[in-house]
Ligand binder design. Sequence first.
Ligand SMILES: Nc1nc2c(ncn2[C@@H]2O[C@H](COP(=O)(O)OP(=O)(O)O)[C@@H](O)[C@H]2O)c(=O)[nH]1
Ligand SMILES: [Mg+2]
Length: 304
Amino acid sequence: MSSTFQKLKNSLVRTKDSIAGKISRVVIKRRIDDALLNEIEQILIEADVGVKAATRLIESVREKAKERGVTEGEEVVSLLKEEIIRILSQSSTVAGIDSERTPVVWLVVGVNGVGKTTTIGKLATLFSLEGHKAAIAACDTFRAAAIEQVAIWAERSNVDIVKSQSGSDPAAVAFDAAKAAAARSVDILIIDTAGRLHTKANLMEELKKIKRVIEKALPDAPVHSKLIIDGSTGQNALSQVRVFTEAVGCDGIIVTKLDGTAKGGVIIAVTEELGVPVEFIGLGEGIDDLQRFEPKQFTEALFA
Ligand SMILES: Nc1nc2c(ncn2[C@@H]2O[C@H](COP(=O)(O)OP(=O)(O)O)[C@@H](O)[C@H]2O)c(=O)[nH]1
Ligand SMILES: [Mg+2]
């Protein structure tokens, strides 16, 4: 077994208990009928898969079981896995960072504490190891500590950073970073942003402004918004998805903190809600605790 898969499996152990563990206990010696499907739907909802995704999963299992003449409760698991993989396999419309039109810009958004800055550090490292020239813009300018934190990550991952004094205009920092990235032939510019939701309207305006300014500074560059979701927050994630998507139109999701939580089912809920792919997952606080998301591998780990 690859060490990547082993690590994924270990990280998902609690989520696995809350989904696969419970389901495998209720299906024993049962027939597939409404009562069983209702129980499974309840387990999925309790495991933060979300009502919408849970309903879709159960409907699909019901139909497939009928089509294939499957009646044994224990066979539900493989039908369920098929549909989970289908939900998680949202097609990505996002150009890779090998795009002709560089720098590619990733605007990293999400509420406070979800792991934006940490994930940016991990991404910068990963992209650098893959041979791309990455750079970071410190656009969470509200607190000096936030600028300092992202600067430490830039140093660890050995990439350039563009930053300014705390209190300066985040859009101005983004503009400088965009120009510097073009001048230095950067492949991917990753933008750290603030996430304080008590100023929700302001934050959204700030993010929109950063995006506008980058698009102006780099008219040909692909600009992508990546939404960071904390995998341990449960259903709150869904309202975050809606708010940020409305403001800056996210085309990729990164789910962090899947290590140690039982609420990892939320990854299914947010994918169903947003209809865009999860691209990376965070499995710890370390620099290499980030994996590219593979729907099939994830689902296998969940039921392994
Ligand atoms: N266990 C775990 N902790 C994480 C992960 N990603 C981030 N964190 C922690 O979450 C906390 C907040 O992270 P930070 O990057 O500052 O969040 P931000 O406010 O969105 O920038 C820090 O203590 C991180 O170490 C993860 O994948 N797993
Ligand atoms: Mg931060």
